[in-house]
Design a protein around this ligand. Structure first.
Ligand SMILES: Cc1cc2nc3c(=O)[nH]c(=O)nc-3n(C[C@H](O)[C@H](O)[C@H](O)COP(=O)(O)O)c2cc1C
Length: 186
């Protein structure tokens, strides 16, 4: 797969780190774009900074040379993780002034998979309306909402409950987090 990963300045940059850790970046063609604010939040949240696996191609957010930001050469899927409300709103309203936003615009117009792993609490009506607009336009809104029913004992295990769902939606096989198996009915 040819995959775009965008990281914005929402909290939860560890989700992006774990996604990068779990994707086989030798097997897949992975392109990475960080917003200016993502770099600030990474400095707060990730000890030692973001570890970019070998094989991943990073592109400056203001690059004019990212081939996948064109409808003639799109990535197969774009994941923006974590996705700030600012970026969500810009995508919802067609603002495409940088590589990440333009790629998102391309994904919508070319009917390609786009997963926005949003992180904010609480949501205001503008956030909700923007999410509604993007769902109607074809995006997948996947809130960074970890689950607890497997009793994750580490921060990574908790984070991976979200990363597993991202990989599911990308159609990638994985064993990142166990799946819910209900007991047989009594
Ligand atoms: C430490 C920190 C945490 C933040 N967390 C969030 C967040 O969880 N969600 C959000 O929408 N914005 C959050 N913000 C605000 C965004 O970084 C800000 O709106 C920024 O303009 C987003 O720009 P970007 O979407 O281009 O990255 C946070 C900012 C800082 C400094």
């Amino acid at each position: 797969m040819r995959i775009g990963i965008g990281i914005t300045g929402a909290s939860g940059t560890i989700y992006a780190q774990r996604l990068l850790d779990h994707i086989d970046c030798q097997q897949h063609d992975v392109h990475l774009v960080l917003s200016r604010y993502a770099k600030l939040v990474i400095a707060e949240e990730l000890e030692g900074g973001l570890r970019i696996p070998e094989g991943v191609q990073e592109h400056p957010v203001k690059s004019m040379h990212a081939s996948f930001a064109s409808g003639s050469n799109p990535v197969d899927a774009l994941v923006i993780v974590p996705c700030s409300m600012g970026t969500l709103g810009r995508i919802a309203h067609g603002v495409s002034e940088d590589v990440m936003l333009r790629t998102a615009d391309v994904m919508l117009k070319e009917n390609k998979k786009m997963i926005l792993v949003v992180r904010e609490t609480p949501y205001n009506l503008v956030h909700i309306r923007n999410m509604e607009l993007l769902i109607l336009a074809g995006a997948t809104i996947m809130p960074a909402s970890p689950h607890f029913y497997h009793r994750p004992s580490t921060l990574q295990a908790l984070v991976d409950t979200v990363v597993a769902r991202i990989l599911d939606h990308l159609g990638m096989e994985h064993n990142v987090s166990s799946r819910w198996k209900a007991d047989p009915e009594q």
